[in-house]
Design a protein around this ligand. Structure first.
Ligand code: FAD
Length: 385
């Protein structure tokens, strides 16, 4: 077993770390205050990310992407996790589901998204279906050569800056005693008649990274807008879910490492009762727990990436990495607030922001409960009657 990074892996890691420190972290506080990433900054960062070879790093090199494998992507995501999401999101990693583009879709969606000329968003969740995503009710009714979309989505991240949405809709029911919904994914351009995007209210964290509601009212789409195969939308979505959960796990590791670094520095310098607080066991043990958990989360995440590259990742393993890393970040940020004492809850120091920003990681892309269900299901499968 070899834990050493190859020179290519080290290069990815170091390039990303430098990029984050030089180009992203300096903007963090402004974005936090304004809640917006100005368009001009977004474009500048896009260009810088492209020049640094970081843009669309997850997409195939044949189409202009970086062609990084999962281990390299995990290293990149770990570094990007150090900075706030609104900024790391400017180094866009298009939804890998776009690899399902074919024919004309390659020129209209895949290539321009990889080039940074167009931005996608992923629209699955609905007011009536979150964890139970297969229960969505947005309908796509076939009408001659077209489909007509009706329904709504919510919590769709960065739909406000996206040029098009990858939308999941019901296209029929399976036969048999327990019929299930057949789901198809569609590419829907902003500006298509009957498609409206509205920003949702502010979330507790991740200022500058917005969620939106999407409304479809008799929205007519030619069949050419189907991504992948009709009725097989979840087949293409699965790959996206694996890689986005790996990204979340790696982001959480990177963020937790940054928080630990600040907590250690503070604990070593802040004195009470004549000694640095790190020398009081109550604080020293917290630091030890934080470091140990982060290391475990990092190893689990890197092993997931390695398994993904070998085609050996299971839903349960993906769930373990996503659940453990996001929960580790939650505990680490909470300990950090405690270690900073009163200053930990004050705005201005990033500690309270890290604590707020961390909360959603246990919710999106499959809640911790859903990850545990999947792990338990896989463990007990051989005993199923
Ligand atoms: C900031 C943010 C950004 C998001 N971005 C996107 C996006 O870009 N695209 C997109 O499609 N979606 C997005 N989502 C949606 C996200 O994936 C869902 O919020 C998540 O899957 C949970 O669904 P829900 O909120 O409807 O909660 P629910 O499914 O209603 O769950 C509520 C609670 O019940 C628990 N629960 C549900 N079922 C079970 C069960 N069987 N066993 C035990 N516990 C259970 C859940 O774990 C949770 O604690 C985003 C969400 C947020 C908050």
């Amino acid at each position: 077993m070899d834990f050493e990074l190859t020179s290519q892996q080290s290069l990815v890691s170091e390039t990303a770390r430098r990029f984050v420190a030089t180009h992203l972290i300096p903007h963090e506080e402004n974005i936090e205050q304004s809640g917006e990433v100005p368009d001009i900054l977004r474009k500048q960062l896009l260009k810088l990310a492209r020049d640094a070879g970081l843009y669309a790093a997850n997409m195939p090199a044949d189409f202009g992407g970086g062609g990084l494998d999962s281990v390299e992507m995990a290293l990149l995501e770990r570094e990007l996790g150090r900075v706030s999401l609104a900024l790391s999101n400017c180094v866009l990693r298009p939804a890998p589901i776009l690899k399902a583009c074919k024919g004309e879709q390659i020129e209209r969606y895949l290539k321009p998204t990889i080039a940074g000329d167009r931005v996608d968003c992923f629209a699955l969740t609905e007011p009536g279906a979150g964890s139970d995503a297969s229960n969505i009710s947005t309908q796509a009714r076939a009408d001659g050569d077209d489909f007509i979309l009706n329904g709504s989505k919510h919590f769709i991240s960065h739909a406000d800056v996206a040029d098009f949405a990858i939308v999941f809709a019901v296209t029929g029911m399976t036969e048999g005693p327990r019929p299930r919904k057949k789901i198809t994914s569609f590419l829907v351009d902003k500006g298509t008649p009957g498609f409206e995007v509205r920003r949702m209210g502010r979330a507790v964290g991740n200022r500058g990274y917005h969620q939106c509601e999407l409304f479809f009212t008799d929205c007519r789409l030619p069949k050419a807008q189907v991504l992948g195969e009709v009725d097989r939308g979840f087949d293409v979505a699965k790959e996206w879910l694996f890689s986005s959960r790996l990204a979340i796990a790696a982001n959480c590791v990177g963020r937790a490492e940054r928080v630990l670094g600040m907590a250690v520095e503070w604990a070593a310098s802040r004195k009470t009762f004549g000694r640095p607080i790190a020398e009081h066991q109550g604080i020293g043990f917290k630091l030890a727990d934080m470091a140990t958990e982060i290391e475990a989360a990092r190893l689990l995440t890197m092993q997931l990436a390695w398994k993904m590259d070998r085609g050996e990742a299971t839903e349960a393993f993906v769930g373990m990495a996503k659940m453990f890393s996001s929960e580790t970040l939650g505990r680490v940020t909470d300990h950090a607030v405690q270690i900073f004492g009163g200053l930990g809850v004050m705005q201005g120091l990033p500690i309270e922001r890290f604590w707020r920003d961390a909360r959603v990681e246990r919710i999106w892309d499959g809640t911790s409960e859903i990850q545990r269900l999947m792990i338990a299901r896989e463990l007990t499968r051989p005993y199923k009657q």
